[in-house]
Design a protein around this ligand. Structure first.
Ligand code: ATP
Ligand code: MG
Length: 573
């Protein structure tokens, strides 16, 4: 564990004193900030869009800036109110009723956001999907959720599993040509604009389903996690405290809208704060990314360590060519943020990235580094105000500090999932002894900072002790030739692991037997004597989920000769 601390970056951030806020925090105080607290009429779209759109001073503020191929289009809060009403009217015209599902199978584009808002407005459930899903994955999700409608682009219509679409009444296409393969095809281009710009928002109870999202599938087949309108309470407060959003903030959540981070922190969370969200839909290149920061005067940047690594690989000299003077906060999520990346960004951007932790099921950031709090590199921070977190043993009993255990949260925060779609057994399995179990292993230090140690499934038993692969992977990544690393045990004998590492090398370097030996010797010096790395294999790239997370289970399956199949769909073993 690293003892060094980086001094707080911004003592005058929204959350100034962590300890004090944590101690006196109450969710009901946050509820008072919403209009429904007075009126009793609740809908997330009213709070995120309409309340700003209806304010003459705020309606013309940009809510969404969408950029692709050098072209950017801005939508004000008033625009989003009008367009989402038009889309809502269109859905009503096609017979959608409260509780119906709409699948959104599109790459990042403005229509994704219009559809999400229109559904929410009507009390429908939207389900964003990665446009790269395979035929089988789509089939599985269609059969599971039975949506009434599916929104897509003609480019993706070919791979639709039409046999699984019996319950789908309408196939909405953003553009022509229509595939002509499905009876209920509807061309949206030109149609939604003709719809009336006013509509009645559907007032709903707070636990009304808002979206259904299938998890990343890092540890097993994805689960359909359901979230409700009341999530807004947690989204607003975390956007304010963790991302430090204010109404003048320009946030770029650098993630696909089909991944939960893009769904909520790329849309609803910034809008609940009256801020601007920037969406960049180009393929990744460091220069495009830096140009986006400069062009849109991004002030807050929320991204993944994977994306940060790619920027680091592009080199130090590039950053000096752009103006990042508006950038005041960087936060990261999805994987552990290695200290090397923190220091690289600190050097090249003069800003320290802040790690945050959460999962699809929690609905909002739950553990975080806050701008007004010192950072301990390697730690994902402290529990967000309103969240009680602990490391627990296999019976759900809290462990002493500095002991590795499973990260557990006390249920009761407002953004927690309401259920797993049609799978109550899987939902109930999250809870033990009054705690919500996360499946992640952590250590909490004396000051309340949490350190991620890997997922429960990835743990390796060495003698009687359990170690996380992350510790060894970090040691490997400290070698100057190593870009990324994944460590597994290929032994079936508990307690007697056969540790194997898979590594990729930095650009311009060639793997060799000599380098292999050199890396092995290098890590040996860094690890305790009972942890012996026996094998290192060089790979071109490591298997990852669509949201960029390492799939150690795929490497294990390949190593143990189990059927690898579709890497994202391998069942538990
Ligand atoms: P599945 O549940 O289908 O296996 P998944 O857990 O990867 O997929 P997500 O909900 O997108 O799906 O990701 C949540 C997980 O991401 C967490 O449980 C944790 O393992 C990992 N994660 C998120 N943030 C961090 C972080 N800051 N440090 C380390 N791991 C993180
Ligand atoms: Mg998970």
């Amino acid at each position: 564990m690293i003892k060094a601390k980086i001094t707080a970056q911004n003592p005058s951030a929204n959350l100034r004193s962590y300890e004090q806020t944590y101690q006196f925090f109450s969710w009901s105080d946050v509820e008072k900030e919403f209009t429904w607290y007075q009126t009793g009429k609740l809908n997330i779209v009213h709070e995120a869009i309409d309340r700003w759109a209806d304010d003459p001073d705020k309606g013309n503020r940009n809510a969404l800036i969408f950029e692709k191929a050098g072209q950017s289009t801005a939508y004000t809060y008033s625009d989003l109110k009008r367009i989402s009403c038009q889309w809502a009217n269109l859905l009503l015209q096609h017979g959608f009723e409260t509780g119906d599902r709409l699948f959104i199978l599109l790459p990042s584009c403005p229509e994704v956001y219009f559809a999400m808002l229109a559904c929410a407005r009507l009390g429908l459930v939207f389900c964003p999907l990665f446009s790269t899903l395979s035929f089988d994955e789509l089939e599985e999700r269609l059969e599971n959720a039975k949506p009434r409608g599916l929104l897509t682009h003609p480019d993706f219509a070919e791979k639709l599993p039409y046999e699984a679409m019996n319950d789908v009444k309408h196939l909405f296409l953003t553009e022509s040509p229509l595939p002509g393969m499905f009876p209920g095809e509807v061309l949206l281009k030109g149609l939604s604009e003709k719809m009336p710009a006013g509509c009645n928002t559907c007032w709903v109870p707070g636990n009304t389903p808002l979206y259904l999202l299938y998890t990343s599938g890092s540890t097993g087949p994805p689960k359909g996690v359901v979230h409700a309108h009341r999530d807004m309470i947690g989204l607003m407060i975390t956007a304010r405290y963790v991302l430090d959003l204010r109404p003048d903030a320009v946030l770029w959540t650098d993630c696909d809208p089909a991944w939960v981070t893009g769904t909520v922190y790329g849309a609803f969370a910034p809008w609940l704060c009256g801020a601007t969200s920037v969406v960049q839909a180009d393929p990744f290149s460091a220069s495009t990314w830096y140009r986006t920061l400069e062009r849109h005067k991004i002030s807050v940047w929320y991204k993944t360590p994977g994306n940060m690594r790619r920027l680091k690989e592009a080199g130090d000299d590039l950053t000096g060519r752009y103006d990042f003077s508006h950038l005041r906060h960087i936060a990261s999520v999805g994987e552990a943020l290695e200290p090397e990346l923190i220091y690289w960004f600190k050097k090249n951007f003069k800003i320290t990235p802040h790690d945050t932790w959460w999962m699809t099921e929690t609905g909002m950031i739950c553990i975080a580094n806050f701008p007004a709090m010192d950072i301990k590199p390697g730690s994902m921070g402290k529990a967000v105000p309103g969240i009680k977190a602990a490391a627990v043993d296999e019976n759900g009993n809290p462990l002493p500090l500095m002991t590795m255990g499973e990260l557990a949260l006390k249920p009761g925060w407002p953004s927690m999932m309401t259920n797993i779609w049609k799978d109550d057994e899987r939902y109930q399995a999250y809870f033990k002894n009054g705690w919500f179990l996360t499946g992640d292993m952590v250590i909490q230090d004396e000051e309340g900072y949490f350190y991620h140690q890997g997922r429960t499934d990835d743990l390796i038993k060495v003698g009687v002790k359990l170690i996380g692969p992350y510790e060894i992977e970090r040691a490997l990544c400290r070698h100057p030739a190593v870009a990324e690393a994944a460590v597994i045990s290929k032994s079936a004998k508990p307690g007697a692991p056969f540790l194997k590492a898979f590594v990729t090398v930095n650009r311009g370097l060639t793997p060799s037997a000599r380098l292999n030996q050199e890396i092995k010797t290098f890590v040996r010096a860094d690890l305790s004597s009972d942890i012996v790395l026996k094998e290192i294999a060089f790979l071109e790239s490591l298997p990852k989920t669509r949201s960029g997370k390492l799939l150690r289970r795929v490497l294990r399956a390949q190593e143990l000769g189990l059927p690898a199949g579709d890497p994202l769909n391998i069942k538990d073993y």
